[in-house]
Design a protein around this ligand. Structure first.
Ligand SMILES: [Zn+2]
Length: 142
């Protein structure tokens, strides 16, 4: 098991398809065939409330979100990113990033949760290709 996939010692949450560790969080690809390039940014230590983070950690987490969004847009060509931080089902602080408005986006004006299409996993080779593309983009834009 790589260090990036190690589950949280408090809640057991783990990044399933990690790309890289950023400043305060680990970026992973989220397998969702509706949104190729969907990612999740997972805080590197257990915390449940964004508002409770130390200011420097919150700043680094948001800077990681900006960096992740730039990477996703560069790889997917998506004109927009949707940012979603719920933590209703998994208490560990994490942020979903959805590439939106690309040619495969069936309804770019609604939130991802309002789409009629159900979430289905991506093919494993497509998921790995995206992980590699994001990793390469990260190396190009450190
Ligand atoms: Zn946790």
């Amino acid at each position: 098991m790589s260090d990036l996939t190690r589950p949280c010692g408090t809640c057991g949450f783990a990044v399933e398809t990690p790309v890289a560790r950023l400043s305060a969080a680990t970026l992973g690809v989220f397998s969702d065939a509706r949104f190729p390039g969907r990612c999740v940014l997972v805080l590197d230590h257990h915390a449940e409330h964004f508002e409770s983070l130390a200011p420097d950690v919150a700043s680094r987490f948001m800077a990681d979100a900006q960096r992740a969004a730039r990477l996703i847009r560069s790889v997917t060509g998506a004109p927009r990113i949707n940012y979603v931080m719920l933590c209703n089902q998994v208490p560990h602080l994490h942020l979903h990033l959805f590439p939106r408005g690309g040619p495969g986006d069936s309804n770019p004006r609604v939130s991802p949760w309002e789409l009629a299409e159900l979430e289905t996993p991506m093919a494993a080779d497509e998921l790995e290709a995206l992980r590699e593309q994001l990793d390469a983009a990260l190396a190009e834009h450190p």
